[in-house]
Design a protein around this ligand. Structure first.
Ligand code: SAM
Length: 240
């Protein structure tokens, strides 16, 4: 966004009188022995600026970036960190299928919703859901090692999610949002069960290439709400 920046020059004495009187922040541009040049983002009544510049004001999210210093990472408060141990489970955030889910969660998940993450791996999508404002999150996986990783990462992130060794048919309740990053082979086996487990939105990922996408959509027997592509992989969103 472009703003006007008004530049003024006052004697040192007048400048400090001005500061005391107006009690507002100014940007000091230069200080000589007997004068101060300073700038404000509004014109001052009764005082002629020595210059007016059009400047771009950088929004805080562009100005304050994550800072890594050796093993320390300093993050601005509007970023939501998800900490993942490099263990034996899938889900570090590097794979396009995971990133598609992370993006689609941010597009569709509403604060206060309940979330079921099927095939949680490290728990990355369950943890992200919680950080994005989900009320209750259940993370399931058939692999006991994944559940161990999910449990570890849950503690590391200090969030309250449930990690359970289970498959879709074991779950007897319905969630507002279902997220499942699996594979076409597994969807073919599990889709009927998965479709019973959500009442608002489902996000599916793990579909590679156009052929798999067409096969998956045929399997779904409904029109997707959104299809997103990343490096040849597809994320598919449907409504209940
Ligand atoms: C591709 S990984 C996804 C991990 C993580 N959710 C992510 O998005 O990065 C798929 C996970 O699904 C699990 N899985 C495979 N078949 C499953 C099934 N029938 N029910 C539950 N989990 C299953 C695997 O053990 C694996 O951890």
């Amino acid at each position: 966004m472009l703003y006007k920046k008004y530049i003024y020059k006052l004697s040192t004495e007048d400048f400090y009188d001005f500061i005391v009187e107006h009690k507002e922040g100014v940007e000091i541009l230069s200080e000589g022995e007997s004068f101060v040049e300073f700038a404000l983002y509004r014109p001052l009544e009764g005082l002629e600026p020595i210059g007016v510049l059009e400047v771009e004001v950088i929004p805080p999210e562009r100005a304050f970036k994550p800072v890594k210093v050796k093993s320390l990472m300093v993050l601005p408060s509007w970023l939501k960190p998800v900490v993942i141990r490099q263990g034996c489970a899938f889900g570090t955030g590097l794979h396009p299928t995971t990133r598609l889910c992370l993006e689609l969660l941010q597009d569709f998940l509403k604060e206060g919703w309940s979330v079921l993450d099927v095939g949680t791996g490290t728990g990355i999508l369950a943890l992200a859901s919680k950080k994005l404002g989900a009320k209750r999150v259940l993370a399931i996986d058939v692999d006991p090692q994944a559940i161990e990783e999910c449990q570890h990462n849950k503690e590391e992130n200090c969030v309250d999610i449930e990690c359970l060794k289970a498959e879709p048919k074991d779950i007897k309740e319905s969630f507002d949002l279902l997220v499942a990053n699996l594979e076409l082979r597994i969807f073919k086996k599990e889709l009927d069960n998965l479709l019973k487990l959500f009442n608002k939105i489902a996000i599916f990922s793990g579909i590679y290439g156009k052929e798999e996408l067409l096969e998956f959509i045929k399997l779904l027997q409904r029109k997707p709400l959104k299809v997103k592509r990343l490096e040849g992989w597809y994320g598919i969103v449907i409504k209940a």
